[in-house]
Design a protein around this ligand. Structure first.
Ligand code: PLP
Length: 378
């Protein structure tokens, strides 16, 4: 049976060139980058070259990039340190963030009494900017944490506009850019954000590695204590081969961006055409009147099927060799409705089957045909 992977917002296949790069580093460069001998120095060169590559691709400075184990750790580090070290007393976020943000914000509330304000959402799940401004007008030291691209709906936030508001009201701004780094251009010199987070496995790099960007002149402190690695912000021996793979993956993502973006956008349009023809009555979650504003690699659809089909739909598709998801991967084993869709669907629609279909440049039109044929048999 031919297998079809359409769950690229959960994770992506590693590019072969990235595997070769990692294998070369694993095979030849095993020194500890903190050691001063030649073995250590070679590892340090790999690490610092990777940092420069990543910084260059995002128009940041190398010293603003700190390596982590991935998105969740990066987000925890930023939020926790902002509360503890930057004396933030309030976090403004939204109910459609990833749990890495939501649960960390709630933990800060429990541990430090940090206020957590949820910004209102418009009907399609976009941020209500006037409410955000109203909240920011309260004179409280604040961290705003709002994601760039929503991992379930593909909704895109205008992070420049949010950042400008944050500057005006002197709030720190972190954006969870886990779904956008490597998939769209990000120019950190010209974006008013203080912190972003990225995760290599979302852009065809290895799992278990990522980075945060901390704008220069802002000092964060570690959440796990140990050595002085990563400028004292993130203790622990760096995973040199993973970092080298991540830098290679980001480089290839940006090198091929235009071509891959076009390929994926064409696939998404093809899927929409096929759904229009074969599944009349379906709708695109989070689209409102502007489906074109959703990110090009994610399509979250509410299927015109009865509620009873919800529990079995993923299983059914899996039996046909098709991998998609109902929400974020961390939640997909759960039968609970997605916390994101709960904010944008009514009580009856939230019980019906919705699917998140997410593409990569490895997908083909034939994959879409297999998916739609499988959906027709449900
Ligand atoms: N933020 C978003 C938007 C994500 O999609 C994910 C991954 O699912 C994360 C954070 C967590 O990243 P990681 O899997 O690297 O911990």
């Amino acid at each position: 049976m031919e297998k079809v992977y359409l769950d690229n917002a959960s994770t992506t296949a590693i590019r072969p060139e990235v595997i070769s790069e990692m294998a070369a580093v694993m095979g030849g460069i095993y020194g500890n980058p903190s050691s001063t001998h030649s073995f250590g120095r070679s590892a340090k060169v790999v690490l610092e070259t990777s940092r420069k590559t990543i910084a260059g691709l995002l128009n940041a400075e190398a010293r603003e990039i700190i390596f982590t184990s991935g998105g969740t750790e990066g987000i925890n580090l930023i939020i926790r340190s902002a509360v503890r070290d930057l004396k933030v007393q309030r976090i403004i976020t939204s109910r459609i963030e990833h749990h890495a943000v939501l649960n960390t914000a709630l933990a800060m509330n429990a541990e430090y009494g940090t206020a957590v304000n949820f910004v209102n959402l418009n009907a399609n799940g976009s941020i209500d900017f006037s409410h955000l401004e109203l909240l920011l007008k309260e004179d409280v030291p604040t961290l705003v944490s709002l994601m760039h691209v929503n991992n379930e709906t593909g909704h895109v936030l205008d992070i420049a506009a949010v950042g400008n508001l944050c500057r005006e009201y002197k709030a720190f701004f972190q954006s969870d850019t886990v779904q956008s780094v490597g998939k769209t251009g990000i120019d950190l010199q010209n974006l008013p954000v203080d912190f972003i987070t990225a995760s290599a496995h979302k852009f065809h790099g290895p799992k278990g590695t990522g980075f945060i960007y901390i704008r220069k002149n802002i000092t964060l402190h570690p959440v796990i204590y140990g050595g002085e690695q990563e400028k004292g912000v993130r203790a622990g021996t760096e995973a040199v081969h993973q970092v080298a793979g991540m830098a290679k993956a980001l480089q290839l993502s940006y090198q091929n961006l235009e071509m891959e973006q076009k390929h994926i956008s064409d696939l998404k349009s093809y899927l929409v055409e096929k759904l229009d023809a074969c599944l009349p009555g379906y709708s695109i979650n989070g689209a409102g009147s502007e489906p074109d504003k959703l990110f090009y690699n994610i399509l979250n659809v509410l299927l015109p099927l009865p509620e009873e089909k919800t529990a079995m739909i993923l299983f059914h598709l899996d039996m046909k060799g098709v991998a998609v998801s109902r929400g974020s991967a961390c939640q997909s084993g759960s039968i609970k409705p997605s916390h994101v869709l709960k904010e944008i669907l009514n009580e009856s629609d939230i019980k019906k089957p919705s699917l998140r279909i997410s593409f990569s440049h490895y997908n083909t039109k034939q994959d879409i045909d297999v998916l739609v044929d499988a959906l027709k048999t449900i």
